[in-house]
Design a protein around this ligand. Structure first.
Ligand code: IFM
Length: 455
């Protein structure tokens, strides 16, 4: 038998986000968010899918908590929908929105599940977007006020707080590529937004610490090792630029180093306006770093496209031709990338604690005779858990691992066409059907690691 046990108290979990699972978009006083607007705009999401109903978690949460309890997960990461708490983004607080999360937190704690709360997982109140959204400092201050309101209500029971989920995605997919809400395509705005998000993170950290003195506070970044397509000097430099764009642009300021010089030079006059004390705010000491890892980025120099960085990412076809297995998202499956990323973080940034706040895979799951067999997801998770275990052996302070996702859900622009869940959702009936990977993960949690035949 080969045993890979994780440290005692390791927090195995699952993760979700409000807009992806809740539905009930007009209930109990919730205001509209930018994702309501975006998903209802023709042509923006797969077959016009929206989060109007999603998994109906807003009504079915007791069942979902029971499923977590059966799974045996000691932790659950979910996000709060800002427009449920402040329908206009600022001002009048909607108590019914807070009540929903209050009940959820109580039920989780009763089920023995530690809640990890993310404050911003992309559903900005539309009212704030109407006044310029994340491009404006008003939204930075509004976020800190919202953090304070939520922390005061839940902070007696919630001790783990994540300010932002994947600010790179918000800034660049939302404001440069325009494939996420609010759907803008303005690189200057996108870069300013990336800065404003980080400043808002810093201000929210202060608000959280003031309201919940024993809080553990972190930020979740989507990070990837970057690999050059070839050994050529040009591709190597392209990989360095992409690393600056995706990883270092966020890690460096959060860890107190300011923005990376090479990227400031790269952006030139597009570099963001930074106000005095912004960098100090962004560098507020953190209790943990949240890491979302799915795949490395494979990059080649590409001057032909008039893009920001003169580079291109390899396509799924190219990745498969190079021998990589890919998921339904077209992402290469590279468990070693997780090891590489975690050990790099240890050596270059030395975070106090790391949680893997998301890792998982979409596959074309099918419900057959009432069952969903998903051996590829099991293999994916097994190999990534093994990579995380290897990183632990090297001293990486990894304390928990949240599988994305508890259940199939609204995969943003892909709508419901991509399934990441351990639990299958029948979108006709909203029935929850645990997949084979759910039972397998329950065993991992019970054993606190991987116990497999072989050496
Ligand atoms: O579904 C998303 C999640 O909202 C953020 N991280 C990546 C996941 C899969 O694409």
């Amino acid at each position: 038998m080969r045993e890979r046990r994780f440290p005692d108290g390791f927090l195995w979990g699952t993760a979700t986000a409000a807009y992806q699972i809740e539905g009930a978009v007009s209930e109990d006083g919730r205001g509209p968010s930018i994702w309501d607007t975006f998903s209802h705009t023709p042509g923006k999401t797969f077959e016009g899918h929206t989060g109007d109903v999603a998994c109906d978690h807003y009504h079915r949460w007791p069942e979902d908590v029971r499923l977590m309890q059966q799974l045996g997960t000691p932790a659950y990461r979910f996000s709060i929908a800002w427009p449920r708490i402040l329908p206009q983004g600022t001002g009048q607080v909607n108590q019914r929105g807070l009540d929903f999360y209050d009940r959820l937190v109580d039920a989780l704690l009763q089920a023995g599940v530690t809640p990890f709360v993310t404050l911003y997982h992309w559903d900005l109140p539309q009212a704030l977007q109407d006044r310029g959204g994340w491009a404006e400092r008003e939204t930075v201050e509004a976020f800190a006020a919202y953090a304070d309101i939520v922390a005061r209500r839940l902070g007696d029971r919630v001790k783990h707080w994540i300010t932002h989920n994947e600010p790179w995605v918000v800034a660049f997919l939302g404001h440069y590529l325009g494939v996420h809400a609010p759907g803008l395509q303005d690189v200057r705005v996108a870069i300013q937004v990336s800065h404003n998000l980080l400043v808002s993170h810093g201000h929210a950290v202060q608000a959280l610490r003031a309201a919940v003195p024993d809080a553990q506070v972190g930020i979740t970044l989507n990070l990837s090792p970057v690999r050059a397509a070839t050994d050529s000097e040009e591709d190597r430099l392209a990989a360095q630029r992409y690393d600056g764009f995706l990883n270092r642009w966020f890690l460096d300021p959060v860890f107190g180093r300011g923005y990376p010089q090479d990227m400031l030079e790269q952006y030139g006059e597009l570099a963001p306006t930074v106000e005095p004390r912004d960098l100090d705010a962004i560098a507020a000491p953190l209790d943990f770093l949240g890491v979302n890892y799915y795949t490395p980025a494979f990059v080649r120099h590409d001057p032909s496209e008039a893009n920001l960085l003169n580079l291109a990412l390899l396509s799924p076809e190219e990745l498969r031709a190079a021998g990589y297995e890919t998921t339904e998202m077209g992402w290469a499956i590279v468990p070693d990338g997780l090891y590489e990323l975690l050990t790099r973080l240890l050596h270059e940034y030395a975070p106090r604690v790391i949680y893997i706040t998301e890792n998982g895979a979409a596959f074309a799951d099918r419900l057959v005779a009432g069952e969903v067999r998903d051996p590829r997801r099991i293999a994916f998770l097994r190999d990534h858990f093994a990579a995380a275990h290897r990183a632990l052996q090297e001293g990486v302070p990894l304390r928990g691992y949240f599988v994305w996702s508890l259940m199939d859900n609204f995969e943003w622009a892909h709508g419901y066409s991509k399934r990441f869940g351990l639990i299958y959702i029948d979108y006709e009936t909203l029935e929850r059907i645990p997949k084979e990977s759910y039972a397998w993960y329950a065993e991992v949690i019970r054993a606190n690691g991987l116990v497999e035949p072989g050496r």
